[in-house]
Design a protein around this ligand. Sequence first.
Ligand code: PGA
Length: 250
Amino acid sequence: MKKRKIIVANWKMNVFTEKEAKKIVSEVKTRTINVKNTDIVFCPNPVFLPSLYKMSSKKYLFGVQDVSAEERGSFTGQSSFMHFKPYKVKFSIIGHSERRKIGENDELINKKTKICLNNGIFPIVCIGEEFRDEHGGYLDFIKNQIKSVFTGIPKNQIIDVVLAYEPLWAIGASSAMKPEDVFEMYLWIKKCLKETVGTVSDNIKILYGGAVDDKNSRDIINIGSVDGFLVGRASLDPKAFSEIIKNSEK
Ligand code: PGA
């Protein structure tokens, strides 16, 4: 059976009113009414969840951009999965490079991955190299990131992890990675996954992120062979984001 695609909107810290948030979601819903085999996940700032979650359905889901590795306690400024429970939050982005940049390390990301898995949230764990060296050191870097993501994850939870490959040099850039290069990385990630978790790896979804837009998405998904996208800037534009979603089914 063909795997369902996942297209994730990472709004980052860009949408500031409930009205704007609702407008994006409802316009995307209208424009993608005929899309059948794709899950669409909006990750707004959590302040909007109480009003937005009512717009969720089987196909349109909500996620968060981060979650605390702890359930409760003296963790000023953090949000627990417990905060998200009433709002049907199904996904959380974990270890985005913008969080790694402010100090999140592989160990913390593994802990956050586990707290998601144990509490009914699918973690979308971000991996990706900062730069490419000519000796291929970035390949080992990715392999080590993958090993760390899955450390101590029980066998029955492995397929609930979604990996998002986002080379840091493509995030926020003017152009995305070439589709052929995405495919090369897809194969490498598959190989590392097989080595790390065995054959269940066939069912782990691999997304691509970094400068995805309505123009490049069709080739990246078809040639790159990925299971979906993590979209930043283009997810703020309902028309462009809807095109990305539609392209994922072509
Ligand atoms: P971008 O961001 O699509 O704006 O490049 C992607 C991301 O940070 O996930």
